[in-house]
Write a protein that binds this ligand. Structure first.
Ligand code: COI
Length: 422
């Protein structure tokens, strides 16, 4: 394993070779296909897909970083990110073909360690980009961030799915029928929840966001009620952590706006959530009466770099050294692990509560503003071919529209609308 990262200004020939390879995107359906009836051969075949896919996808992003202005890559935060990726690339590209379950177990240890190490990536990247604002310009920063974050989600998805499948395979007691992960036994295949119910996700995230708001504002300040209506039975396959992240962020924003701007209303006006199921999509509309977004803030709403308060954001980011921007990244030791029940709720056995040291965007206090919740949520929404839009009715409130592709047959979207190469 290579320990010394090569300097950013001198591309390694191995990198050139890996950059030539195309990423091979997959759909949610494909992610679950192998896991439904898990055999040794299938698990090894997934392992080898992940083995070649991770270094390929990292190589593309390393090359992007090499094309940034030199002063940007030498920014200490950016250099940290570059070195993390270079180290991971050097380690992962050297993994030989996985032929046995023992090989796979060793490979899973490497993936596990890399996932842990990369928890510092998002805050360091966000700080680096804010610090380099004047050197790069906001539009270029946003393009770069969108591509890099989407690619990061994609790698973590395939890596975590493989870890989850391996865990299932290695625990035959959970699935006595020769590792058959049938739907009646478990609605999860790896990290994919086959019957994700929009209403239950909104309820769960609403509860969490309300709790956080009460902690932040005190019990005396009333928080708005969350009312849900529409197609309450709508279900679809999805990675719960992704959906919880987006819905959690939207509800947090709405609760915050209503609580802060409608202090004199008792009770405060409710937040209305409408779920609408169409043949191909599920749409979740979240409407609040928190006063809307002022015109001067709108242009920076989706930006990682634009907007005021960059010094405060930098200070706040320093308080979040590790960030798990997917809920399923919040792994805790097995002894404390809490499984989901068949509805996706956390069972009470363990404490799969967000670990304070791995503070996620969703679990941080609403008063700690990092300025990346919305753009990050859109990266998540678009990754599985969905969309996220926000309409502000200035002086009244906000309507947020989240559209989810419900059939699970769309490939992960590795390129962004204004993308660099994938
Ligand atoms: C990331 O977290 O950015 C990764 O790329 C993780 C993956 C290499 C396992």
């Amino acid at each position: 394993m290579c320990s010394e990262p090569s300097p950013p200004w001198r591309p390694a020939s191995a990198l050139d070779e890996w950059v030539q390879r195309e990423a091979r995107p997959i759909s949610l359906r494909q992610l679950t296909f192998f896991g439904r009836t898990l055999t040794e051969n299938r698990l090894l075949s997934v392992a080898n897909y992940v083995r070649t896919e991770l270094p390929t996808r990292i190589a593309h992003r390393l090359r992007d970083m090499q094309t940034l202005p030199y002063v940007v890559v030498t920014n200490p935060n950016m250099l940290h990110v570059y070195e993390q990726y270079n180290k991971a690339f050097e380690k992962l590209r050297r993994v030989p073909e996985i032929r046995t379950i023992a090989d796979n177990d060793r490979y899973c240890d490497v993936i596990h360690q890399t996932l842990e190490e990369h928890l510092t990536v998002i805050p360091r990247l966000a700080m680096g980009m804010l610090e380099c604002h004047d050197l790069m310009g906001a539009d270029r920063i946003d393009k770069f961030m969108n591509t890099l974050l989407r690619s990061r989600i994609s790698r973590r998805v395939i890596a975590e799915q493989h870890l989850a499948l391996t865990e299932t395979f290695n625990s035959p007691w959970k699935h006595p029928d020769a590792h058959t992960n049938t739907e009646s036994q478990n609605d999860f295949v790896g990290e994919v929840f086959l019957r994700c119910n929009a209403k239950e996700v909104v309820e769960r995230c609403g509860k969490m966001a309300t709790e956080l708001a009460k902690q932040a504002y005190g019990e005396d300040l009333p928080v708005p009620e969350i009312r849900i209506q529409g197609h309450l039975g709508a279900t679809f396959p999805y990675i719960l952590g992704h959906l919880e992240y987006i819905v959690g962020e939207l509800l947090r924003n709405s609760i915050q706006a209503v609580t802060e701007r409608r202090r004199n209303h008792s009770p405060p006006p409710p937040i209305d959530v409408l779920i609408c199921e169409a043949p191909q999509h599920v749409i979740i509309r979240i409407s609040d009466q928190g006063g809307g977004i002022s015109r001067d803030v709108l242009p920076s709403l989706w930006s990682f770099a634009k907007g005021a308060h960059s010094q405060t954001r930098l200070q706040n980011l320093h308080k979040v050294p590790k960030m798990a921007a997917t809920m399923q990244e919040l792994k805790v030791p097995d002894s404390e692990r809490c499984d989901r029940d068949k509805n996706g709720n956390f069972k009470t056995r363990g404490k799969r509560q967000p670990d304070k040291s791995l503070s996620s965007l969703t679990s941080r206090s609403p008063t700690l503003r990092l300025g990346m919740g919305l753009p990050m949520s859109r990266v998540y929404a678009e990754y599985w071919a969905g969309s996220l839009e926000v309409h502000s009715l200035e002086g009244y409130g906000v309507d947020a529209f989240l559209q989810i592709s419900k059939l699970g047959n769309k490939n992960e979207q590795l390129t962004t609308r204004a993308s660099m190469d994938a």
